[in-house]
Design a protein around this ligand. Structure first.
Ligand SMILES: *[C@@H]1O[C@H](CO)[C@@H](O)[C@H](O)[C@H]1NC(C)=O
Ligand SMILES: *[C@@H]1O[C@H](CO)[C@@H](O)[C@H](O)[C@H]1NC(C)=O
Length: 150
């Protein structure tokens, strides 16, 4: 469902490989490969929450913004095995050179939950989220930061 070039650019992060039974996936000759060198196909959905808290709700079902246990069950039952998860840079680097480790821990916990359910995660760092409240202080030079929140 995603172009290979995009996947290579973004990088694939398999959910919590050390903690789950998910096979590690590599890219070879334009295909996703499992450890037995078989082609792997992914069917996925995109989750993109571009304002705080930047991550889906996990403790209850919400038709717009949750990734609860029942959502994970539904995704598996419907044949999905991948989530493309948007991680806006501003959710990590909240001010120049200030990184939100709590947010990173929450992302890790979410990846682990998905991995335990059998769902891979494709991290989408989405560097073009510069409109709206988004500013990438660690990437842009100062003159380009006019209009940012910090
Ligand atoms: C879901 O999003 C739509 C469109 O923004 C909104 O009208 C609706 O109230 C939202 N539903 C819930 C339960 O938040
Ligand atoms: C850091 O992340 C936590 C958890 O997502 C959030 O509650 C907090 O507001 C964030 N801090 C900043 C400075 O954005």
């Amino acid at each position: 469902m995603f172009r290979t070039g995009l996947l290579i650019q973004l990088g694939i992060i398999s959910s919590a490989l050390a903690l789950t039974q998910l096979d590690p996936i590599s890219i070879s000759s334009g295909s996703f490969r499992d450890p037995q060198n078989r082609d792997r196909f992914f069917h996925g959905v995109a989750i993109s929450i571009q304002t705080p808290p930047y991550l889906p709700t996990t403790d209850h079902f919400d038709p717009n913004s949750s990734l609860s246990s029942s959502d994970l069950t539904n995704l598996i039952e419907w044949g999905f095995n991948l989530v493309r998860l948007t991680i806006p840079w501003e959710s990590i680097e909240t001010a120049p050179n200030q990184y939100n480790l709590t947010q990173i821990q929450e992302i890790e916990a979410l990846l682990n939950r998905m991995g335990e359910a059998g769902i891979y995660t494709l991290i989408d760092t989405h560097m073009d989220l510069l409109e709206g409240s988004g500013c990438v202080a660690g990437v842009l030079v100062k003159s380009e930061m006019q209009g940012c929140n910090y």
